[in-house]
Design a protein around this ligand. Sequence first.
Ligand SMILES: Cc1cc2nc3c(=O)[nH]c(=O)nc-3n(C[C@H](O)[C@H](O)[C@H](O)COP(=O)(O)OP(=O)(O)OC[C@H]3O[C@@H](n4cnc5c(N)ncnc54)[C@H](O)[C@@H]3O)c2cc1C
Length: 324
Amino acid sequence: MPFLVYVEQRDGRIPKPCWQALSEGRRMADARGESLIACIMGNRVSDLADAIFEYGVDDLFLHEHESLARYETEPHAALLSDIQKKTSATIVLMGQTSMTRDLAPRVAERLGAGLVTDCTGMFWDDQGLLYLRPLYAGKVTARLRMHTPIQMVLLRPNIFPMAKKAGAGRVHRVVAEPSPARAKVVDIVWQQRDRPELTDAEIIVSGGRGLGKAEGFQLIEELADLLGAAVGASRAAVDAGWQGQPQQVGQTGKVVTPNLYVACGISGAVQHMAGMSTSRCIMAVNKDPEANIMKVADLSLEGDLYEVLPALMRGIEEKKQQRP
Ligand SMILES: Cc1cc2nc3c(=O)[nH]c(=O)nc-3n(C[C@H](O)[C@H](O)[C@H](O)COP(=O)(O)OP(=O)(O)OC[C@H]3O[C@@H](n4cnc5c(N)ncnc54)[C@H](O)[C@@H]3O)c2cc1C
């Protein structure tokens, strides 16, 4: 029952959720004495092999072709399905990103596989593999079992730890002409951003309706820059036009799991919590001590954010200056 991990790359960069999927794949395979297979595809991706082997991969299927330079759903789905067939892997893992959310259902359909998305835990019991997945905006955790011979899983980012494991794996070069895509990506327009991507960030500072105005986000951005953090927003702030939709955290926005989530002027509605409740540490700044976020936060700062945040920043700056 070998495990297969699909390693996504864009322009030679492998996103963090993929390293987490490799680590979890190694851990699960070790628990059963199985091998870990990985696959990567793109134009000139050989250079990434060494880094992938640092995660204890036994066999790496590598497909290089100039037509794979850009991600396109159909060719990638066809190639990944072929690699699954070649390797007879029964568990296919992927770190959950916008790309794999597009890819996984297509591959599952081709393989007749079950698919668990947004998985936050997986473990063996006497009946096989059991998967955990939050439902109803995080109010309940479903325990899922797949009964299909091939099981596919998208792992929620930043839940599974990254763990390197030394080993010497083998590279298998896949030589096949990728099937032509019926839908072509004609252009990709990258957003200019100096801050980390929300779903990758170790620290996120988010603002909500409590800011009262769009300009309030300058304060959020200042704190974010001081901490090297990403900027997030509640839906109320996005609906008011103070931030763009890509910044929205929650049920209808992004699901994030940073080490530190700082919620400023956010009440902690269940739909917002659905996107950030698995953060390792939650800090809330709110003038209402009864706000839900103040009850669930690890650290609650009660007061007007326009007084609390400048004081907090002064304190951080002082600490930074004291550092040798
Ligand atoms: C189907 C559906 C999907 C949704 N999806 C999402 C989603 O993805 N993400 C999301 O965020 N919401 C989502 N919502 C909306 C959600 O229900 C809430 O309305 C929203 O999260 C509230 O945003 P908020 O906390 O910024 O505003 P509010 O709930 O109005 O809270 C503002 C907070 O700021 C505090 N405050 C005010 N002034 C200050 C001050 N000067 N200093 C300090 N604190 C202050 C207040 O005490 C209050 O707690 C969804 C709703 C529905 C129905």
